[in-house]
Write a protein that binds this ligand. Structure first.
Ligand SMILES: NC(=O)c1ccc[n+]([C@@H]2O[C@H](COP(=O)([O-])OP(=O)(O)OC[C@H]3O[C@@H](n4cnc5c(N)ncnc54)[C@H](OP(=O)(O)O)[C@@H]3O)[C@@H](O)[C@H]2O)c1
Length: 567
């Protein structure tokens, strides 16, 4: 009897232990769930209690006056800043309050005079040294005085948003001074940093470690302003809120994806910064790769920042490193009409520079959905037009009911800028007593569809989200590392071997080798593009890459016909 009692006791103890573990597990799960829900339903900014201090380091600089202050003013006039706030600017330059307010309001929209005066009355400026805790402490003392005045008798806290509009060389020193002497003790503290986040995998790791030693990951907001663009945010909605896309969003239906960024101007005297980085670091490794991850990732478990970023990281980790064999780099020469200088004639660029101002590369995603679908990234300065878009080209119909060469290629295009739009190219019958086929666009231009609705600047959206504490549109540390792993070997190869970029004319479509790369990897220009090429720059309709592409298409259809699993 006594033995049975001991056994029962042991059994009860074991059960008790298992129950405790189960309770702990459920608690953890509940906590995660509550955090997820909290991220999705972050309160709107005007529900932020207490006072918000937005503190701009590098307030005298280009980014602050071109983007940060105009975005804050726009949020203010739309009622999207919390009711009680101040905007404190910090930099080394000595400036009167009047001169400072004139500078930061230069890019504000015309009109809104009363709101402008009210907003500017909340903006002030202090000078000091970024790397000096004493300097930052004296500045913060004034921030604190304003906070106390604004809070009055309220017992609510003071929240601080530190926006680092400073060169990367002083990121860490500035962050360290803020940590030592600038943080609020009664509310949240958030740090906003701008790209570049390092120059390669190693320097990015170092920066991440240094920042990580000062702040928790959830306090850091890394801006890739492309994520704030309307059409980039639309990618998730388009893919996952429309049932027609998911079944065809894979290698069986999609032949190639082109992600394109073109600028129609050169460095305009600011080539010094650019020359240190080049187009791959400046545009491709961040903006274009972010777009690619949203185009290609698997559906996230939820819309929470962590679930979305988990899928983006998983996708980035499936991409093979970019290789020189599938890359073309170029640099712009002068405009043939002599109106614009070559890149190396920019006064801030060394004459011997081999920094690419153009790059085209093909990435492969090694997962089940995208195996062997080329993702072609193209970015260039001083080209024929200003444009950023995603072009998803579908395979031609398997059943050759109509002559293949008469059937256009279905293409879904998302234009990110300018003039946001989504359009779908399809083949239809030419109207009338004819059996000819013709390609037409089903067009959803935002301007036409939404009349005069203003599309906010990316920075407005991003600042709004920092204030709400929503990390969805910001780059996570592991995402950054995964992105650098894709491009670091290529960058090191270009630099260690001083690979000379191919010269292209200012205002052209880039080097012909870039266009050839696109065609070689299956991008179909249709009938249009070769006709628009400048003499001597394009691909003759019968040239080898064009013939190869046509052959590949035929083979592809034939191969699919022979595959019984596809029937
Ligand atoms: N400009 C843009 O459109 C843009 C776009 C995307 C990302 N970004 C990134 O945003 C950050 C700021 O860009 P920005 O164009 O505004 O930079 P910036 O004008 O060159 O620099 C911002 C401010 O930092 C201070 N500063 C400059 N060089 C310094 C140095 N060597 N040591 C200490 N302080 C220095 C200057 O202010 P004081 O001398 O008065 O202290 C300057 O007004 C950078 O990381 C940049 O890569 C800029």
């Amino acid at each position: 009897m006594a033995g049975a009692g001991v056994d029962d006791l042991k059994k009860l103890q074991q059960e008790n232990g298992a129950l405790k573990e189960e309770v702990a597990r459920l608690k953890r799960e509940l906590k995660d769930h509550v955090e997820d829900v909290a991220t999705v339903i972050e309160p709107p900014v005007n529900e932020v209690k207490g006072v918000l201090s937005i503190i701009v380091f590098g307030a005298s600089g280009d980014l602050a006056f071109k983007k940060t202050y105009p975005a804050l003013f726009s949020l203010y006039i739309h009622g999207l800043l919390p009711p009680v706030f101040q905007v404190a600017g910090f930099a080394r330059s000595k400036m009167s309050e009047h001169a400072f307010r004139l500078r930061i309001s230069e890019k504000f929209p015309k009109g809104h005079d009363a709101q402008k005066a009210e907003f500017l009355s909340r903006c002030w400026y202090g000078d000091g040294q970024y790397n000096s805790a004493e300097s930052v402490a004296s500045f913060t003392k004034i921030v604190h005085q304003h906070e106390s005045k604004l809070l009055g008798d309220s017992k609510e806290g003071a929240h601080r948003l530190f926006y680092l509009a400073v060169p990367p060389s002083i990121f860490v020193a500035t962050c360290a001074s803020i940590k030592a002497a600038g943080l609020s003790e009664s509310g949240w503290n958030r740090i906003v940093v701008e790209k570049p986040f390092g120059r390669d995998l190693e320097s990015s790791h170092l920066l991440a470690r240094e920042l990580g030693a000062l702040y928790r990951e959830e306090q850091i907001y890394r801006i890739d302003h492309y994520l704030g663009k309307e059409m980039v945010q639309n990618l998730m909605v388009l893919r996952f809120a429309n049932s027609v896309y998911e079944p065809v969003w894979n290698r069986y239906y999609i032949k190639s994806v082109l992600i394109l960024f073109k600028e129609d101007f050169g460095c305009q005297g600011r080539g010094g910064y650019f020359d240190e980085f080049g187009i791959i670091r400046d545009v491709m490794q961040n903006h274009l790769l972010q777009i690619l991850s949203l185009v290609a990732m698997e559906p996230p478990l939820s819309l929470s920042a962590e679930d979305v970023r988990n899928e983006k990281v998983r996708l980035l980790r499936a991409i093979a490193p970019a290789s020189m064999d599938h890359t073309v780099v170029g640099q712009y020469g002068p405009d043939p009409k002599g109106r614009e200088p070559a890149y190396i004639d920019d006064p801030t660029v060394p004459k011997s520079s081999v920094t690419p101002t153009y790059a085209a590369t093909v990435l492969n995603i090694n997962n089940l959905r995208w195996f062997k679908v080329p993702f072609i990234l193209v970015a260039g300065k001083a080209l024929d037009e200003r444009k950023a878009e995603v072009r998803i080209q579908f395979r031609k119909p398997e059943l050759p009911l109509f002559p293949t060469k008469l059937v256009g290629r279905n293409e879904l295009v998302l234009r990110v800028q300018p003039d946001e739009s989504v359009f779908f190219k399809m083949t239809i019958k030419m109207p009338g007593l004819t059996s000819e086929l013709i390609e037409r666009k089903q067009d959803l231009s935002y301007k036409a569809s939404f009349g005069g609705v203003a599309i906010p600047d990316a920075y407005e959206r991003l600042l709004y989200d920092v204030i709400r504490g929503d990390h969805n549109l910001f780059v996570r540390r592991d995402e950054l590392i995964a992105a650098w792993k894709i491009f670091t070997p290529l960058l090191h190869q270009i630099e260690s071997k001083s690979i000379a970029p191919v010269l292209y004319d200012y205002g052209s479509r880039g080097p012909p080798q870039g266009l050839e790369l696109l065609v070689k990897h299956g991008y179909d220009f249709g009938d249009i593009a070769p006709l628009r090429l400048r003499p001597g720059q394009g691909l003759a309709p019968g040239s080898k890459p064009v013939q190869e592409a046509a052959k590949q298409d035929g083979q592809e259809v034939a191969k699919q016909d022979a595959d019984p699993s596809k029937k």
